[in-house]
Write a protein that binds this ligand. Sequence first.
Ligand SMILES: Cc1cc2nc3c(=O)[nH]c(=O)nc-3n(C[C@H](O)[C@H](O)[C@H](O)COP(=O)(O)OP(=O)(O)OC[C@H]3O[C@@H](n4cnc5c(N)ncnc54)[C@H](O)[C@@H]3O)c2cc1C
Length: 253
Amino acid sequence: MVQPGVPNLVLQKALQPYGLTYAPDPASQKACTIGGNIGTNAGGPHCLKYGVTSQHVVALEVVMPDGDIVETDLRFAGYDLTGFFVGSEGTLGIVTKAALNLIVLPQRVSTMLVSYLTLESAIQSVTDIITAGIIPSTLEAMDEKTVRAVESFVHAGYPMDAGAVLLIEVDGGREIEEQIAAIKKICETNKSLEFRLAKDDAERDKLWEGRRGSYPSMARLAPNVLVEDGAVPRKPPAGGPEKNSRRRRRLRP
Ligand SMILES: Cc1cc2nc3c(=O)[nH]c(=O)nc-3n(C[C@H](O)[C@H](O)[C@H](O)COP(=O)(O)OP(=O)(O)OC[C@H]3O[C@@H](n4cnc5c(N)ncnc54)[C@H](O)[C@@H]3O)c2cc1C
């Protein structure tokens, strides 16, 4: 059980000596708390492979508006009350304890930085990697403006002349060598400029420092920065979009 005021990064560091980790890792992890992560159903770079907070909360203790203390537990039969509270932004009650699902730290982690002339070729690589059946642990894209803002502030080693950059990470056992080779081939097919594999933890941390520093890097450039999290549906298989749009049209008043 963890208390809600524990910052996400403090939890991650406390778990490390046991060879364990908690998958949801929002970019705000230095400052945000487990309670806030539960309140917002937070994700993070690793949610591509491991899922968001709702997939990692097993049980909760919640103080209800009338003062009652309620315990929820996914492992018992009945309604999924744990899932009901996750993402409810504190509107249903105050979480005072949480039991979380932990995962074993992968044996190996490899981080790649791939640069491109255009954002389109970077995003095509993302599509091709997923289509090839590879699920990297993270797959982050940054456009030219972000790359430049980050590099001039964080000095993470990002190429200033790139039109876009992908930060790709794979984890697991020996099979990741095959994945790296397949990813490299896909990136080259999409005309990547540079394919760089972080040679050690220090280089890997530096590359991530850049990604995590993208918001403060932008904030330096303007007095007000508005961050919007958008969700774009992936192109469904043939026949899918028309069917979906018909359904949407019927729902309109
Ligand atoms: C720079 C930056 C980067 C970010 N990156 C990501 C990202 O990569 N992925 C992502 O998903 N989100 C991201 N976020 C948003 C993210 O969801 C929040 O930062 C984080 O989850 C909120 O945690 P917090 O401790 O700051 O909560 P707060 O902002 O304090 O609270 C968030 C919500 O949770 C509720 N809440 C807090 N504690 C409890 C509790 N004990 N019981 C019930 N409800 C509670 C609050 O009422 C509120 O509605 C980012 C935000 C910033 C500023």
